[in-house]
Design a binder for this molecule. Structure first.
Ligand code: GAR
Length: 199
């Protein structure tokens, strides 16, 4: 069975990207990373991808000013040029336009550091602490037009402890993200195969 050609979109550190690339070292994993793309040329994750032998490309959104679609047009052309079949957003911190989302509908997933539908957007850990929640976590979901609103694929939970800060909670959540994302990506690949008849 052929593996789906995977792109990982990042903006920074890339620890989730690293977890995905490591999972895909197993030839039985249903996705094969072919491209890592960052909107920030200084993203640390690009170096890791390059060292792992994966094509690592920066498309600096700042070069396009406020024209989000012009930026996305280049991203889209690069993805299509690489024959990408599924996109994972892994700490990719640009909101995507409806044009791009529609173009990759059913082929793009995201990881978000909260138990969606709680805490869409930024500062998720601080907001969970401020609300007095007993637990936090992370969610992998299909990307749809509304930010952090697509259908949920999988979630993982972690406890919030009495003296937690946003940093300590983020540090507890991150390993859960690294376990969850490869599993959820595999599930997404199976769904794409079921619906597209990909051999
Ligand atoms: C991760 O915690 C991810 O869930 C979050 O950014 C971090 C990226 O870390 N994503 C979002 O907040 C998206 N809204 P990483 O670069 O080490 O994977």
């Amino acid at each position: 069975m052929s593996r789906l050609r995977l792109a990982v979109l990042i903006s920074g550190r890339g620890s989730n990207m690293e977890a995905l690339l490591r999972a895909a070292e197993d030839p039985a994993f249903p996705a094969e990373p072919v491209l890592v793309l960052s909107n920030r040329p200084d993203a640390a994750g690009l170096k890791f991808a390059d060292a792992a032998g994966i094509a690592a490309v920066a498309i600096d959104h700042k070069a396009f000013g406020k024209d989000r679609e012009a930026f996305e047009f280049h991203v889209d052309a690069t993805l299509r040029g690489a024959g990408v079949e599924i996109i994972t957003l892994a700490g990719f911190m640009r909101v995507l336009t409806p044009w791009f989302v529609k173009r990759w509908e059913g082929r793009m997933i995201n990881i978000h550091p909260s138990l969606l539908p709680k805490y869409k957007g930024l500062d998720t850990h601080q907001r969970a602490i401020d609300a007095g929640d007993a637990e936090a976590g992370c969610t992998v979901h299909w990307v749809s037009a509304g930010v952090d609103e697509g259908e949920i694929i999988a979630q993982a939970r972690v406890p919030i402890l009495p003296n937690d800060t946003a940093d300590t909670l983020a540090a507890r959540t991150l390993p859960a993200e690294h376990r969850l994302y490869p599993e959820a990506l595999a599930a997404a690949c199976h769904k794409i195969r079921e619906t597209s008849g990909h051999a």
